[in-house]
Design a protein around this ligand. Structure first.
Ligand code: PLP
Length: 397
């Protein structure tokens, strides 16, 4: 009989392999995996048979999530990451960003993506040229001039909700043999599937709509099988892996993705229309409104007659203090630094995502001191409207 110490370590572990299949994926909190014969392990290391060996290389719970996201995006394969930023970094490296190469990026990419390119990758010899992503002639000209290895844009950008004409971006990229990376976080595959429109890599901050409940930080890249191997080879060295617990929460979140996003988009359309008529609001940015400069493109690209669930709007004649009064007066809508949750959330771009830019630059790109970003949740839209209305009255008073 083994001693108490030995029993404490081994009891209950490695029970016979079950002959049933769990309905929901278990959380595999195991770092390593045993096989009946060492030859199996050897074959996995040799790459001639699949299977987990060590969780930095792969984990069954992550495989389940990767299979699900790849299916939703219409891609062959996916790789999960510890965050959206780790996913973007992985995609850029896999696409060939290294010393002496150039990347072309839409100017209004997510702040940390901009900084990753402009500050970190710049120190490693990767040059990035930023361009107005809505000006396709400018994109084509800069691509022809610099012959980049990769282009990166967002389907719907933050906080002005500009669209990338992904099929045209893909043509421009492929004309010089560059890869197109599309950050599809704001659109989700429910509204748009970039791989079907020529993109080579789709990246997500799974933190937002994919997980959807504000309790997971994660990222994912969807691509073809060959590129997935490259992503995995890089990540085996970099180690930006998603944890199995987070993978499981994200997989659970995915089940309601279409229900949540449809509801959020319906709510957002109603709220955007209401805001556009509000006397204390001077302008609303929302691709579903006819006043949006790319309303027609949004209608062509996005499915389900839905236009996303993020809105931004300018409080009339407002300065920072007015916006703060408005945000502090909200009772239901939360002033939190994220988006895509089931909760409705507001954020002040001039003080957060675009804080690093000086006020002149911000105004020039359309991010005024009165701009508020609203990520619409799944609550009753009448309650969201009532909350916004009372806060708009208080902010003015
Ligand atoms: C949040 C976000 C990211 C970064 O994702 P993290 O999960 O926070 O690392 C990248 N792109 C977009 C569009 C985002 O909204």
């Amino acid at each position: 009989m083994a001693s108490f110490h030995t029993i404490a370590v081994h009891a209950g572990e490695r029970l016979p392999r079950p002959d049933f299949t769990p309905v929901a994926t278990p959380i595999y909190h195991s770092v390593a995996y045993l096989y009946d014969e060492l030859a199996d392990l050897d074959a996995i290391f040799a790459g001639t048979r699949p299977g987990p060996v060590y969780t930095r290389y792969g984990n069954p719970t992550l495989t389940a999530l990767e299979t699900a996201v790849a299916a939703l995006e219409g891609g062959e394969a996916a790789l999960c990451y510890a965050s959206g930023m780790a996913a973007i970094h992985g995609a850029l490296l896999a696409a060939g960003a290294r010393a002496g190469t150039t990347v072309v990026a839409a100017r209004d990419v997510y702040g940390a993506t901009y900084a990753l390119l402009d500050r970190l990758l710049a120190t490693q010899g990767v040059q990035t040229r930023f361009v107005d992503g809505t000006d396709l002639a400018a994109v084509a000209a800069i691509v022809a001039e610099t012959r980049p290895v990769a282009l990166i844009c967002e389907t719907i950008s933050n906080p002005l909700l500009r669209l990338a004409d992904v099929p045209r971006w893909a043509e421009i990229a492929h004309a010089v043999g560059a890869a197109l990376i599309v950050d599809n976080t704001f659109a989700t595959p429910y509204l748009f599937r970039p791989l079907e429109h020529g993109a080579d890599y789709v990246v997500h901050s799974a933190t937002k709509y994919l997980a959807g409940h504000g309790d997971v930080l994660g990222g994912v890249v969807v691509t073809d099988a060959a590129r997935r191997t490259t992503l995995n080879e890089i990540n085996k060295l970099v180690g930006g892996n998603l944890g199995p617990q987070e993978a499981w929460l994200t997989l659970r979140g995915l089940k309601t993705l279409p229900l949540r996003v449809q509801r959020q988009c319906d709510n957002a359309a109603q709220i955007a229309t209401w805001l556009a008529d509000h006397p204390r609001v001077s302008h609303v940015n929302y691709p579903g409104l006819p006043t949006h400069p790319q309303h027609a493109l949004a209608g062509r690209l996005l499915a389900h007659a839905a236009f996303g669930a993020v809105i931004s709007f300018d409080l009339r004649d407002a300065r920072r203090e007015t916006v703060f009064r408005f945000m502090e007066a909200l009772r239901l809508v939360l002033p939190a630094t994220t988006l895509g949750d089931v909760y409705s959330l507001v954020l002040y771009p001039a003080g957060s995502s675009h804080r690093a830019l000086d006020a002149d630059m911000r105004r020039r790109i359309g991010i005024g001191d009165g701009l508020v970003r609203l990520s619409v949740g799944i609550e009753d839209p009448a309650d969201i409207v009532a909350d916004l209305d009372q806060a708009l009255q208080k902010a003015a008073g």
